[in-house]
Design a protein around this ligand. Sequence first.
Ligand code: ATP
Length: 440
Amino acid sequence: MAKQPKQPDSMERVVNLCKRRGLVFPSSDIYGGFRSTWDYGPLGVLLKRNVKDAWWRSMVQLRDDVVGLDSAILMHPRVWEASGHVATFSDPLVDCKQCKSRFRQDHLPESGACPNCGTKGSFTEARQFNLMFKTHVGPVEDEANAAYLRPETAQGIFVNFKNVQTTSRLKPPFGIAQVGKSFRNEITPGNFIFRTREFEQREMEFFVPPADGPKWFDYWVQARHDWYIEHGIPESSITVRPHDTDELSHYSTGTSDIEYAYPWGWGELEGIAQRTDFDLTQHAKFSGEDLNYFDQESGEHYVPHVIEPAAGADRAALAFLLSAYDEEEVNGDKRTVLRLHKRLAPIKVAVLPLSKNEQLAPITSEIASKLRPYLMIDSDVSGAIGRRYRRQDEVGTPYCVTVDFDSLEDSAVTVRERDSMQQTRIPIADVVAYLREQFD
Ligand code: ATP
């Protein structure tokens, strides 16, 4: 586990790039930001959307045993009693008596010194702090109208188990996948978009016959690990860490975290949990609905067991950015390049005229408009061509198409590939098909 990302200050470089190039901004920036919340700018929204789409593609589109769902953020408050969140979704909180700063007890350094003022042994006894954001539904702010912003998307899936199973006519093993916002009143958010109070999750609940739980757990740990490798995370930066028994959540008989070597150390990217029949049993009890599955072939009634791969979209976007970020020297100049997987790159192709000369404009805009329906493109006319290539490299654009004066004669353009910087001459008539093929 010794391997850490390349440069020790890679986090600072990535955060700077994100701000400078419109990937991620501090939220409410003109008011000085707001408590570790972040906004995704024009390129960031594309990156995060691509992360979510790549997940959806592998979890839903490419499978015949998983369907999708988009459930509401606000749910019946009893849901959170049944799930155990009201009673147990809390972190141990301590205050430093010296400087009054507040920390999660399980995040304190071993030295016992306050991370803010350095005083030793200055902490109060730990108190349990519930992480759910509470609000009120309707105009009256009393307990009868209390509700929570969901702290995970999973419960929306469990409460819809019957609706989805009966309308889709699916038999276990099958899964329900969902992507959406979750909210946790984290005591110590931080490390940029790694830990925030509002974030996006990609969760899938896979319902199986009880005896098949362990088999499907192993399957999903492997599949989810491989998904990160397929999308460009080097094997040396990723590890699977099984939870110790004392770490397991109340509902779990086995959990493995997929961890990434963030610049500050190994951190969770995704958790895969064996949730057994805990959630469906609890919701059956609290709602009074029968959530058994009836297997017509065997004549058996059973509550399916659940394997849950639960991943953050923001944490994954950060890991992809950190892994992709690279600096190299090219002809005596520094080149910054984001070596993002093509599927994740915010812009797929930049269409660039060699200069602002108006003779080049018609071909440039013709190619751009032919590509636009298929691929996210950018066209940039200002500045020297070399500088424009560098601007595309640093946001990870896999291909640049350059229209030059020869194009007027030979009806061909240059296609430059980001990583190798190799240039290939392609007839204008073929360029759209050629580029579309690169993204198949
Ligand atoms: P941690 O131990 O880091 O607090 P967790 O084990 O509580 O995370 P889960 O409940 O398993 O996290 O949530 C599944 C995934 O959701 C995590 O692997 C992570 O990618 C993402 N996630 C959870 N909390 C946050 C957060 N505060 N900010 C961003 N992403 C988060």
